[in-house]
Design a protein around this ligand. Structure first.
Ligand code: NAI
Ligand code: ISE
Length: 335
């Protein structure tokens, strides 16, 4: 059976996921798309012959749509996810699940009340080969307990509507999710240190920022978020353990000797850096949705990330160490 998918939001990643579902992955096809602007759906209809909607709710309730992919901006996620849950349809929602912990909790409560596992969040780094290699090494016990993580999340540049809290909700949200998963721990507190801003920033964006997280086992994590670094898309993660250091592998590129320089390329576009992870993530979601299961990051994972994000956003303003209190995982999400 081919899973018939409706996609809400035909911007950058929406179009990329539509391409991936229709041209790369197996077992599914996109049959409908929705966007508040006509241009995106029109282009997708010309390319793939899909139905078009202006309104996400109509798409969700289209009987031909078996499952929904939400790729609108974060502030619009909650409504579409709640509509999908109300319709009893599986929904893959890009990160963040929603932009506040309160909104994420509403989704969690609605999913539990529906009695069905329906929501998966687009934390694709959990599917990345490099992070999985690091996790396997840490889990082997060979390196002892992890003590510190040094990470960077650098983007070449962002648009002028990108503001200080977005460094957390849009950008560091990936590290928030993947790092506690990597070391199998929970966050306890958050702090943000602001160096002087780059000349490429503006009055509403402090850039770069250093985000500090402490876990319940006492692991100290620093994440440099620098979204106008200019030189490339540079994701690093080094785990310092009792008996050694494990570093996330960088994508392999040829080493060049030329003009008196020894150099290697660096990725510039997030779409390419994690291209294999997006493919693996969505293929796994298609396969599990067909079995009526959710095997990837759940709404509860989205909620945990949002609680941590809220603490980091508070810390951006206060400069203080803010506590992270999540509460017990509901039995519904325990495996
Ligand atoms: P975008 O701004 O390029 O596209 C968003 C699209 O949604 C636009 O076409 C807009 O017209 C449409 N839209 C806005 N509100 C809508 C509504 N209420 N109903 C229907 N359509 C609506 O944004 P982009 O970069 O594609 O990001 C979309 C989402 O994907 C965000 O949540 C973002 O954080 C996430 N994302 C995830 C990435 C990842 O690595 N997992 C990478 C890039 C984005
Ligand atoms: C973007 O929205 C993404 O999700 C990318 O993966 C991330 O690296 C980038 O910083 C975000 O702006």
């Amino acid at each position: 059976m081919t899973l018939k998918i409706g996609v809400i939001g035909t911007g950058a990643i929406g179009r990329d996921h539509i391409r991936r579902i229709n041209e790369v992955l197996t077992g599914a096809k996109v049959v409908a798309v929705a966007d508040v602007f006509e241009a995106g759906p029109k282009a997708m209809a010309e390319k793939y012959g899909v139905k078009t909607y202006k309104n996400g709710e109509e798409l969700v309730n289209d009987p031909e749509v078996d499952a929904v992919v939400v790729t609108t901006p974060g502030f619009a996620h909650k409504d579409s996810v709640l509509q999908a849950i109300a319709a009893g349809k599986a929904v893959f929602v890009e990160k963040p699940l929603a932009t506040t912990a309160t909104d994420c909790k509403e989704i969690v409560d609605a999913e539990i009340a529906s009695g069905k596992h329906l929501v998966q969040v687009g934390f694709m780094r959990r599917y990345d080969k490099g992070y999985n290699q690091v996790k396997d090494m840490l889990d082997s016990g060979e390196f002892g307990a992890p003590l510190m993580l040094h990470c960077t999340h650098r983007n070449p540049e962002v648009g002028t509507s990108y503001t200080t809290p977005m460094a957390v909700h849009d950008t560091a949200i990936h590290e928030i999710d993947v790092l506690h998963w990597l070391v199998d721990d929970e966050y306890e507190s958050a702090q943000v240190i602001m160096p002087g801003s780059t000349k490429y920033s503006h009055s509403e964006l402090k850039d770069p920022q250093i985000m500090l997280l402490r876990t319940k086992k006492g692991i100290c994590i620093d994440v440099e978020v620098f979204v106008n670094c200019k030189f490339g898309y540079d994701i690093n993660c080094e785990v310092v353990c009792e008996d050694g250091v494990v570093k996330l592998p960088a994508p392999a590129t040829p080493t060049i000797r030329k003009n008196g320089l020894l150099s290697t390329g660096i990725e510039t576009d997030w779409k390419n850096r994690f291209i294999d992870s997006y493919d693996t993530e969505l293929q796994a979601w298609i396969n599990s949705t067909k079995k009526g299961e959710v095997n990837g990051p759940t709404a509860w994972d989205g909620y945990l990330a949002a609680v941590t994000a809220d603490a980091l956003v508070k810390a951006q303003a206060s400069g203080a160490i803010e506590q992270i209190v999540t509460g017990e995982m509901p039995a519904f999400y325990k495996k």
